[in-house]
Design a protein around this ligand. Structure first.
Ligand SMILES: Nc1ncnc2c1ncn2[C@@H]1O[C@H](COP(=O)(O)OP(=O)(O)O)[C@@H](O)[C@H]1O
Ligand SMILES: [Mg+2]
Length: 254
């Protein structure tokens, strides 16, 4: 199958420092790739380049056959690149349900100026409620979004992403700061998205059990460079990757 997303020689320099350095890789529908690497490896920066928050110093990004390197973040979102953001796209005073409904509405191309109470868009509200049920947020549907505790806010990010129905799902440490009983909800949702074989999923995640459960493939970034790319068992057995993981293990134990 031809790639749904591809970066070619993607590079960004901050001053003299190449945070992402010549990264060439391609991703296919039905594939979940876990991106690993030590802190500062360039994982989030690579995500920012793909979703358009940063412009590369060199290299190109393709969504299918289309060169999206120069598109704005919102144009990329419309093109099907879905990134879970920490609440930047949120209306803090509106309810959780209204936020998700507006995301559904935006996907349908109905502008925000047509904002009306949920009752005037029963179908959109119904879909929004489904996203809340899947993310286990039904009980807090009427809370102002800003009033949610951290774990629920992270679930709301995933609900907003699901409302976009992107082709490419990008998750950057989606369970960071979540309690042990909340994290499985997110992971089960990612597994559920994965069952739809038309989607491409990119996941930055360190937790070994998560990587084992979900990864079809692992890409390793180190000092901004792609140093390994392959099947999970093969990549995890590489000496440098083992070293990185021992390092992270030690950090988490500290
Ligand atoms: N806006 C920026 N300005 C300067 N340096 C940055 C910027 N964003 C990221 N960096 C640097 O790029 C490197 C990669 O960071 P990051 O992508 O956040 O790593 P990771 O997500 O793998 O932990 C780090 O050295 C970081 O300090
Ligand atoms: Mg990061």
């Amino acid at each position: 199958m031809s790639p749904s997303l591809r970066t070619e020689d993607l590079t960004i320099r901050f001053g003299g420092h190449a945070a992402v350095n010549g990264v060439t890789c391609a991703f296919r529908p039905g594939e979940l790739t876990v991106i690993v690497g030590p802190n500062g490896a360039g994982k989030t920066t690579w995500f920012n380049l793909v979703s358009g928050q940063l412009a590369p110093t060199a290299g190109r990004i393709f969504k299918g056959e289309a060169d999206i390197t120069r598109l704005s973040p919102s144009a990329r979102a419309k093109a099907g690149i879905g990134r879970a953001f920490q609440l930047t796209n949120l209306f803090p005073k509106l309810s959780v349900l209204e936020n998700v409904r507006l995301a559904v509405q935006a996907r349908e191309g109905i502008g925000p100026r047509l904002f009306r109470p949920a009752s005037s868009f029963p179908r959109l509200a119904e879909e929004a409620r489904e996203h809340l049920a899947r993310t286990r947020l039904s009980d807090v549907a009427d809370y102002p979004a800003a009033a949610l505790p951290h774990g629920d806010q992270r679930k709301l990010e995933v609900a907003l992403l699901m409302a976009m129905q992107p082709d490419i799902y990008m998750f950057d440490e989606p369970t960071a700061g979540m309690s042990v009983d909340e994290a499985p909800v997110i992971l089960e949702l990612i597994a559920e998205i994965k069952r739809d074989r038309s989607k491409t999923i990119l996941l930055v995640e360190h937790k070994m059990d998560v990587v084992r459960a979900l990864a079809d493939r692992i890409v390793v970034l180190h000092n901004g460079e792609l140093i390994a790319d392959g099947l999970p068992d093969a990549v995890m057995a590489l000496p440098l990757v083992r070293e990185i993981y021992l390092g992270i293990g030690a950090e988490e134990a500290a």
